[in-house]
Design a protein around this ligand. Structure first.
Ligand code: WQD
Length: 348
């Protein structure tokens, strides 16, 4: 059974990915220091899979502590590196925190991947590398402009570090550019766990509906979009999770010829993980109100620094290369996340 190390394994996407990996027959260990996650997530994973996942509560910015995990777990066949801070808004307010955390941790895990000869590495990248791009949908060949937030910058630099590292090793890398992950596992044993008041749209909608937040601020309705609010490519977290297991299977089953190894960047691939459809903030609000029967208390506010007007994906490469399909629609994303959030707040 192939052993996979998942960093940030107790986070939102990490936990959903661990469930999918276990159900696909992988052996999984996790590294998570609970700086942006909660230990109780492992209980949810156990309830779904029946497996107790070993989690090493160490900071990936501590190289020696990270190396100890590899020493204790010989034969790791793949790394999925999720661990990073990911709030666009927070990164604008605290850029150095984002540079330090997101880049130091990546450099350390890359050093371990090389030192311990890990053959496969999946990197959690982001649509925020595309910055404020006008030509939509974006595909993996789209030239990257300046990122629109420090968070996006850490992902652009992260991708560069991986390309440079890949030129000097035989590890194979896939960098997955997530669009907006939302939704919850159908069991509603795991889902998005905002720390404090949420900054993301979906949890903010649900918290407002539950009265945990007084009102939902729509960050701007005077963008150059059909209804003036920002457009994003929301994608179900379970679809994102499955793309990671499919990426590992793709790397393990697709041997590279000696001829292909002569190509520059032969061992690095980039793929968009989005639905290919954009929905505006106001569309999401209307869809939630229709599905839930709730009426949200909304207010139009000012634009949020770091936001781009619109972005959505061309996802054909991931579909073709990974056999990634049957993506869930917006209603299923909203309903699963709403059920999870009500359960989280004992409203079920
Ligand atoms: C979406 C839209 C807000 C809250 C996320 C992840 C990031 C990356 C990309 C993976 C924006 C608006 C929000 C609110 C609002 N994913 N909004 N009122 O900023 O696109 O980034 O997806 O790497 O990690 O964080 O997501 O949900 O914060 O915002 O109007 O109360 O909703 O302005 O237009 P974002 P978001």
């Amino acid at each position: 059974m192939e052993k996979i190390l998942v960093t940030g394994g107790c986070g939102y996407i990490g936990s959903h990915t661990i469930v999918d990996l276990v159900q696909k027959g992988f052996e999984v260990i996790s590294i998570d220091n609970f700086s942006r996650s909660d230990k109780k997530v492992l209980e949810g994973v156990r309830k779904i899979t029946g497996k107790e996942i070993v989690n090493y509560e160490i900071d990936l910015c501590d190289l020696n502590a990270t190396k100890k995990v590899f020493e204790q777990n010989p034969g790791i066949n793949g790394i999925i590196h999720f661990a990073a801070f990911k709030s666009v808004g927070e990164s604008v307010e605290q850029p150095i925190l984002y540079f330090r955390n997101n880049l130091d941790s990546l450099i350390n895990i890359l050093e371990c991947a090389l030192q311990y000869h890990v053959p496969n590495f999946i990197f959690s990248s982001s649509c925020s590398v595309y910055g404020d791009i006008k030509n939509l949908p974006v595909n993996e060949e789209t030239p990257l402009p300046e990122a629109a937030s420090p968070y996006g910058t850490t992902k652009q630099i992260g991708e560069q570090l991986i390309k440079e590292t890949a030129m000097r090793c035989n590890t194979r890398f896939i960098m997955l550019r997530y669009f907006n992950p939302v939704g919850a596992h159908p069991s509603i044993e795991i889902g998005e766990l905002p720390i404090g008041n949420p900054s993301n749209l979906f949890p903010s909608v649900f918290y407002t509906a539950l009265g945990k937040m007084n009102e939902l601020i729509v960050h701007g309705n005077d963008y150059e979009t059909p209804d003036g609010s920002c457009i994003r490519d929301y994608i179900h977290v379970m679809d994102i999770a499955e793309a990671h297991a499919l990426s590992l299977l793709y790397l393990m089953n697709n041997k590279i010829s000696e001829e292909e190894k002569q190509m520059k960047n032969w061992n690095v691939e980039v793929m968009n993980l989005g639905t290919g459809k954009g929905h505006s903030v106001l569309e999401v609000i209307n869809a939630f109100e229709k599905l839930s029967g709730e009426k949200l208390n909304c207010k139009i506010g000012v634009k949020r620094p770091g936001d781009v007007a619109a972005i959505y994906s061309d996802n054909k490469k991931a579909i073709q290369k990974l056999g990634w399909n049957n993506l869930k629609d917006l209603d299923e994303m909203i309903l699963s996340a709403w059920q999870w959030t009500k359960k989280l707040n004992d409203k079920l």
